[in-house]
Write a protein that binds this ligand. Sequence first.
Ligand code: GLN
Length: 225
Amino acid sequence: MAFTAGVITFPGSNCDRDMAVAIRDISGREPLRLWHGDADLPGNIDFIAVPGGFSYGDYLRSGAMAANSPIMRSVIAAADRGVPVLGVCNGFQVLTEARLLPGALMRNAGIHFVCRTVPLVVENGSSLFTSRYETGSTIQIPVAHHDGNYYADDETLDELEGEGRVAFRYGENVNGSARQIAGVLNAKGNVLGMMPHPERAIEDAQGSADGRALFEGVFESLSVA
Ligand SMILES: NC(=O)CC[C@H](N)C(=O)O
């Protein structure tokens, strides 16, 4: 079964390699490394990862400049076609700035950069990305960010909750996020943005392997895991 995954690198990305390793380890296939300045994606792309880091040094707003990279026009078109897109940390920020996901990631309520493993409650275990988790289960995934404070107006938050689009919620107050939201889905369910890093929790040596099931779930749906 052919499977083409891609990991985008922006100037300042620093989790792109970890993301590529996770995809290779779990799918058994080497992902393509995609450069932000390239306008086109391969037409047969099956899965796109927008990784974490500090694209453009977080200038202007985290993710704001990367969201306007040439490649993001192709990512938006691929997402519209139903290609699964996973944005982690800075990738989540990029996806909100690109309006693929609602809301915004503001400075952490406590101002400090937060870097530790946190409990995450799986709010919707039946999405494309969470099918290998039980709804209501708690998993352990690391966070590392200063702009993780999720904001959306109440109407949007109610809509997200009502449509099962809150994928993950923090099990404790990590950064002041509205309703402790840690990860959200788009309306179609093929785009997930989350601040915690599942690619940093794929084997026990990392302190948790709870992120593995996220990749397994989405690759299983694409018949490659
Ligand atoms: N690890 C990351 O992706 C960091 C994301 C972002 N630049 C922040 O600190 O909020």
